[in-house]
Design a protein around this ligand. Structure first.
Ligand SMILES: Cc1cc2nc3c(=O)[nH]c(=O)nc-3n(C[C@H](O)[C@H](O)[C@H](O)COP(=O)(O)OP(=O)(O)OC[C@H]3O[C@@H](n4cnc5c(N)ncnc54)[C@H](O)[C@@H]3O)c2cc1C
Length: 443
């Protein structure tokens, strides 16, 4: 599967010539993106597909250096070394390059995603981690309504699983007799689905077609017009639970103008189906202990809400909630945190909360979470927002010197990138303790 290429970068170019270049100018951007967002996956690849030991991996960072038709090259470097030359005897893993083969060679960069996902699935499986799934799921729309000014809740359902409910992955037939696979996690925060927006555009177009007297009226170019600009969009499973008649789920969609995702969600009608084509778990394992801060905008409020409902860390988190509109801050008003005293996880008793931070009042205690609101009156993106979040946290900690051990957040790409760095410095935390995900990109 893998081959350690070289101990120095000096000879890398000669050696790498045995692999086929993809000659695509986009590779540099993809490489930068993977290095920025997916370090833990690269370390996972090294752990599973090379002979490096856990102890060796603990001492290194990794970065992808190139993408070839046959696979990717990953370079190890001593943690925090920033490529300063190091004595090879002190750290023989500094500046070594490993080659990770794809299951099937690719001929263009567009095929990378499928091969990368396969690598990730194989690595996660070996490491015993939950992984990305490429399964199709079908939900029925039960209802939709606003839960704050700009947040639309979709209530979804899945057919009853009868006696097979205890199984994690269940095959069942829908009303039309087709076999579908279903496993909806009821106990996971931040589990995300990639919704197929084109499914509903096509269904609606077909329904319009059948209503037309003149069949020829809806031609191919008219059908093209009903396609959303975005073919799919990620939304989080806000919550899922087993009801008497099957699985019920909530998905909360932030409406921010005339966009594909928002228009799709707003147009959904009761009994319509929605289809998902990919799903993956969120990275929140590090929040099990220590004092955590959760940093969210409108797109990640659903993840934080579910995290609170399932909270098992004895210390309640601090939440920094950034919204464009003050009226969306009410999102957390009805969210109840699982009591930290509920150690069994079976007792569903939840505590009522008065969680907004009121100027100088301390509201975080053993059984309360606190929300530090930031209202920006503009779309929440860019590095300026990262500075605002960092300084707001700094001011808060100056008044209330909490020791923050863990961070989870999900924001716009440029905000996330800038914030990771600021928080690591402010809180003196490692990369693994500061997880700030990208949930959307500003055009
Ligand atoms: C793992 C994951 C989970 C997610 N969960 C949720 C969720 O539960 N609920 C949710 O609402 N979103 C969620 N998102 C974010 C959502 O997928 C993006 O916001 C998506 O871009 C929305 O699509 P759109 O069609 O509305 O806008 P796009 O087609 O992406 O963009 C259209 C325009 O809107 C702007 N834009 C996009 N998103 C935002 C935003 N959030 N605020 C302001 N301007 C924006 C863009 O810059 C662009 O100008 C999640 C994303 C990920 C990766």
């Amino acid at each position: 599967m893998t081959k350690q290429l070289l101990a120095t970068t000096e000879n890398a170019n000669n050696q790498n010539s045995q692999y086929t270049s993809l000659n695509d100018p986009e590779i540099a951007n993809v490489v930068a993106h993977i290095n920025e967002e997916h370090l833990d996956e690269l370390l996972g690849f090294l752990s599973v597909f090379t002979s490096l030991s856990t102890a060796e991996l603990d001492r290194v960072d990794a970065q992808i250096t190139d993408i070839y038709a046959e696979g990717i090259t990953i370079q190890t470097r001593q943690k925090n070394s920033k490529y300063q030359p190091t004595n090879a005897q002190d750290n023989p893993l500094h500046d070594q390059i490993f080659f990770i083969n794809f299951a099937t060679p690719i001929s263009q960069l567009n095929d990378l995603q499928a091969q990368y996902i396969l690598l990730k699935q194989r690595a996660d499986k070996k490491l015993g981690k939950k992984t990305i799934k490429l399964t199709k799921q079908v939900f029925d729309v039960q209802n939709s309504y606003r839960i704050s000014k700009n947040m639309l809740r979709l209530e979804l359902s899945m057919p009853s699983l009868d006696d097979a409910q205890s199984s994690d992955d269940v095959q069942l037939r829908n009303t039309k007799g087709a076999t579908i696979s279903t496993s909806v996690p009821t106990n996971e925060a931040g589990y995300a689905y990639l919704f197929d927006l084109e499914h509903n555009a096509t269904t609606n177009a077909l329904m319009t077609d059948s209503d037309e007297v003149d069949d020829h009226k809806t031609n191919d170019s008219e059908k093209e017009n009903v396609r959303p600009t975005r073919p799919h969009c990620y939304y989080t499973l806000r919550k899922a639970w087993q009801a008497d008649d099957g699985i019920r789920a909530w998905v909360d969609v932030f409406l921010h103008g005339d966009t594909s995702g928002g228009n799709w969600a707003a147009a959904l009608k009761t009994d319509e189906t929605v289809v998902t084509k990919r799903e993956f778990p969120e990275k929140v394992e590090h929040l099990r202990d220590g004092q955590a801060v959760l940093i969210v905008d409108e797109t990640s409020m659903p993840t934080a809400a579910r995290l609170l409902e399932l909270w098992s860390n004895p210390k309640p988190p601090l939440i920094i909630c950034v919204t464009q509109d003050a009226d969306d801050q009410s999102y957390f008003d009805t969210v109840k945190m699982r009591s930290s005293l509920d150690s069994t996880g079976n007792n569903n008793s939840s505590i009522s909360i008065d969680n907004k931070i009121d100027c100088d009042t301390e509201t975080h205690g053993n059984d309360h979470f606190a929300v530090l609101p930031i209202v920006t009156n503009q779309a929440n993106s860019g590095s300026g927002l990262a500075t605002l979040i960092d300084s707001t946290l700094g001011d808060y900690l100056a008044d209330d010197p909490l020791q923050i051990d863990k961070v989870w957040g999900a924001l716009e790409a440029n905000t996330a990138k800038a914030l990771r760095q600021l928080l690591r410095e402010r809180l003196e935390l490692s990369r693994t303790d500061v997880v700030v995900k990208v949930y959307w990109r500003h055009d």
